[in-house]
Design a protein around this ligand. Structure first.
Ligand SMILES: Cc1cc2nc3c(=O)[nH]c(=O)nc-3n(C[C@H](O)[C@H](O)[C@H](O)COP(=O)(O)OP(=O)(O)OC[C@H]3O[C@@H](n4cnc5c(N)ncnc54)[C@H](O)[C@@H]3O)c2cc1C
Length: 279
């Protein structure tokens, strides 16, 4: 059991870890890749680099600094965070436990260009299998996504629903084991319905009736984690107090996922603030 588990090894996550480790709190950082910085050619507006620095180099520097302090950083994809007295973090490989969780997973910049998606959110389209699966008991539902996160959501739904279709939206489907899972690899054009979603139309002009659609594209995002734990969200940002704590005791959020200025300086600053003497 760790005192603090930080999800995300970008500037917000590593900055938080530097402070928690130095406060003598056992700290684990879990991140799946380099995050937003990986896409950044050159950074010229961050303190202390007179000639700028590449995103990749800044990530490497941050990780090296953390490791020099004895902080454990592991590269795994987090699928779910749940809470029952302590926090349980489920990754593609392991399960971890902690007293405090800090979400530092950045923002999801991918917007799915599918007509009807926004219109039917909360009206048959859901972002949380564990929260909303029960509303679709005995029905045929679909999960949009083809990665580990989509498979995790499908597994949550299988005991409740009649069947699950994995919608890969033009991508290749992974190998799946249950005969309750159908695969549809066609590109999606639109989600249609009346007061609730009723069918999916594809770019080849075919349609499939569907009672519910769960969005699990890519990897689980900061918003997915917050939503499942009951943390307050507004305009796709996690709401925090002046100590970076959400409305859930022991659940903190830092960096791009809390909104405002999407910059390294703000992410690093919030990591420093999240170091809380009351952990
Ligand atoms: C192209 C581009 C250029 C930019 N240029 C600048 C610039 O010049 N100056 C500047 O100040 N800012 C710049 N930014 C913004 C800056 O990169 C971000 O503000 C900053 O990286 C935010 O830090 P973060 O730690 O909150 O998130 P990120 O850096 O995005 O880190 C998120 C972390 O969460 C991890 N993660 C996410 N989901 C999961 C999961 N399910 N399981 C496990 N780990 C997960 C990722 O692997 C990553 O480690 C730029 C951004 C982009 C995209």
């Amino acid at each position: 059991m760790y005192d603090v588990i930080i999800i995300g090894k970008g500037p917000a996550g590593i900055s938080t870890a530097l402070y928690t480790q130095r406060a003598n709190l056992s700290t684990l950082v879990i991140g799946k890749d380099g995050g937003a910085l990986e896409k950044t050619e050159k950074i010229e507006n961050y303190y202390g680099f007179p000639n700028g620095i590449s995103g990749r180099q800044l990530i490497e520097n941050g990780e090296e600094q953390a490791k020099n302090l004895g902080i454990s950083i592991i590269e795994e994809e987090v699928l779910e965070i749940s809470f029952d007295i302590t926090f349980k973090i489920i990754t593609t490989k392991n399960e971890y436990e902690s007293k405090v969780v800090v979400i530092a997973t950045g923002v999801n910049r991918v917007i799915l260009p599918i007509q009807g998606l926004k219109e039917y959110e909360g009206k048959g389209i859901s972002y949380c299998a564990i929260c909303d699966g029960f509303f679709f008991r005995g029905k045929d539902v679909a999960v949009l996504g083809n990665g580990n996160y989509a498979i995790h959501e499908i597994e949550q739904l299988l005991p409740i629903v009649n069947s699950v279709t994995m919608l890969t939206n033009g991508k290749k489907a992974p190998e799946l084991r249950s005969d309750k899972i159908k695969i549809n690899e066609k590109e999606i054009r639109e989600f249609r319905g009346d007061t609730t979603v009723k069918e999916i139309s594809f770019k080849d002009d075919t349609t499939v009736p569907m009672s519910g659609i769960f969005i699990a594209e890519g990897t689980a995002s900061s918003i997915d984690f917050a939503r499942k734990l009951g943390a307050r969200i507004e305009n796709q940002k996690i709401l925090v107090d002046e100590r970076m704590q959400t409305n859930i005791q022991g659940l903190y959020a830092v960096g791009d996922c809390t909104g405002g200025l999407l910059q390294i300086a703000k992410a690093v600053g919030e990591g420093a603030i999240a170091r809380n003497r009351n952990y």
